[in-house]
Design a protein around this ligand. Structure first.
Ligand code: F6R
Length: 261
């Protein structure tokens, strides 16, 4: 696991965007794994900037979302499929039919989870998966005590998550879905490169536990310690509880530019 400590969240965007640029230059039809939430927005903005500057094209790429609410109507603005289109995929030249998310409107949700993992496999697997860490260490909707080897499946949202997300539903808890389909930690672990971002003091404990603590379902993102190519990019606040943060800084500063992440 490579840990990169930057000063501010905006310093992370070019580092992560460089990973996309390198990947797409080598493999224009790469398969991208996309997260929603606020953490990756700076990276998406930087990718859009590079696309608009003619430095990057996604025309042959494909993308898979991490998760989706169950039961929100197809035209609901808070569906993750709609969210990602607003903040990223609709702003670059990714073909709309090249972007997929778990089918939260499927009649058979278990079968939809299995079909989603199969679709990722058929696409050749995810080359670059971007992730945001939750304050309790969750990854996608794999909350504490989720299986470390789970596949895409139906999960029940915790009361805390529903409360946190009520802000996107007119602060009306009744409107917040109770269930979701989420890639499992096992699915996420099959990505060829996993890049997890964490910003702000409220992520500091989770970053400490997941990066330097024991691998445990108690802190789901700790499973990335077992990933053969995981990169964690955190700002100074999120890194504030890391014992080895100076070591991470020195190591990254001494890395040759051509190596990338
Ligand atoms: C997003 C997702 C979530 C978020 C996490 C952090 O698709 O599955 O795990 O990455 O909740 O959320 P933010 O980035 O809003 O702090």
């Amino acid at each position: 696991m490579e840990v990169i400590v930057v000063e501010r969240p905006e310093d992370a965007a070019p580092i992560v965007a460089d990973a996309y640029s390198r990947l797409l230059a080598a493999k224009p039809d790469a398969v991208l794994g996309l997260a929603t939430g606020s953490t990756p927005l700076g990276v998406y903005d930087e990718l859009v900037r590079r696309y608009e500057a003619g430095e990057l094209t996604f025309a042959s790429a494909r993308a898979f979302l991490l998760d989706e609410y169950v039961g929100l109507p197809a035209d609901h603005p808070e569906r993750y499929r709609a969210f990602i289109e607003r903040v990223f995929t609709g702003r670059v030249d990714l073909r709309p039919d090249a972007v997929q998310g778990p089918d939260g409107l499927a009649e058979d949700l278990s079968a939809a989870g299995v079909a989603y993992d199969a679709a990722i496999r058929e696409a050749g697997g995810i080359d670059l998966q971007i992730l945001g860490i939750g304050a309790d260490g969750h990854l996608a909707f794999n909350m504490p005590m989720s299986s470390l080897t789970g596949r895409t499946r139906l999960k029940t949202l915790t009361p805390k998550t529903r409360l946190d997300n009520a802000r996107f539903f007119d602060d009306d808890l009744d409107q917040v879905p109770r269930h979701c389909l989420t890639q499992g930690l096992g699915t996420i672990m099959e990505s060829r490169h996993a890049v997890m971002l964490g910003f702000g003091l409220n992520k500091a404990q989770a970053v400490r536990e997941c990066v330097e603590g024991a691998v445990s379902a108690r802190w789901p993102a700790s499973v990335l310690q077992l990933h053969p190519h995981a990169t964690v990019v955190v700002d100074a606040e999120a890194a504030s509880q890391l014992t080895f943060r100076e070591y991470y800084r020195t190591t990254y500063d001494g890395k040759p530019d051509w190596q990338g992440i």
